[in-house]
Design a protein around this ligand. Sequence first.
Ligand SMILES: C[S@@+](CC[C@H](N)C(=O)[O-])C[C@H]1O[C@@H](n2cnc3c(N)ncnc32)[C@H](O)[C@@H]1O
Length: 304
Amino acid sequence: MDGIPLIVANIRHYIADNIQSIYARRDLSDFTESILGDCCGSGSLFETTRQHLSSYTWDHYGDLDPEPFSGAPRPGSMIRTLEAGRELAAPLPAGPVIDAGCAVGRSSFSLAASGAELVLGVDLNFAMLRVAAEALRHGIVRFPLRRTGLVYQRREFPVSFAHSDKVDFWACDAAALPFATGTFSMAVSMNLLDCVYEPRELLASIGRALQTGGKVILACPYDWSPSATPVEAWLGGHSQRTPSGGASEPVLRTLLTPGAHPNSLNTLKLLIEREHLPWQVRLHDRSTMTYDLHLVVAERCMVA
Ligand SMILES: C[S@@+](CC[C@H](N)C(=O)[O-])C[C@H]1O[C@@H](n2cnc3c(N)ncnc32)[C@H](O)[C@@H]1O
């Protein structure tokens, strides 16, 4: 679909869930789009999609906008965290990389530009994948930047990234990656763990996809929400009477320590972690949420 392979378990559900974005018109003027936005109003799927595109595309590509928005904050917080992760994970194994939950795709371009052999960005949000695919195929980033309320300003500018011929974007479920065991030498998962239905399954899926000795860079703000993840599947965030006091970090550490607990993955071993990396999600001209990220590097170990 527009050059984006849809490789999902249930194609009928996927198409039905994403039909608005798949069937979206690209020919409407900024003026007409603003009328649609006013008519659909707050809380509509149209508005939610625009807000997500605004927040993520601005953070991923705002540094390349020739007419940058002058207000605080500075775009690029996801890429800065990824850079910190790459430093922490050094030496990086050579080979193909999977960027799980790539959204609008800047992390995939950045990984290829810094020398990755091949980078596959996967996500389930078609509207975001379309921005990534447009940047890849046409060298254009186009998105609605939210100014206030239902007021958006269309941004469109050219982009080009070194080694973008090594990048592709597919619609896939990162928690059920459709690849043979050991396909990738590295995985990146920025701010995805608390967005999936089964966080442990996401880790297991990444573990399976990695070769022995492969590394995963994972960042998470543990912003648990039942709209994304049922409470039973949260890693921490509940049961404060337990020895960890309900904190998420010790639960993740246990999962990533082979043999530590019956739930431990036994395929991924925590190597190193870093705390307190800021991740900024811009909501509108006068509102930005700042998350405090936990960054973790783990290694695919030999399964006994
Ligand atoms: C919080 S955003 C983070 C996006 C990007 N990695 C970043 O840090 O800017 C989470 C992304 O994961 C995607 N996502 C959620 N569940 C997914 C799944 N099961 N498989 C692949 N992507 C998923 C969402 O569509 C969204 O683009």
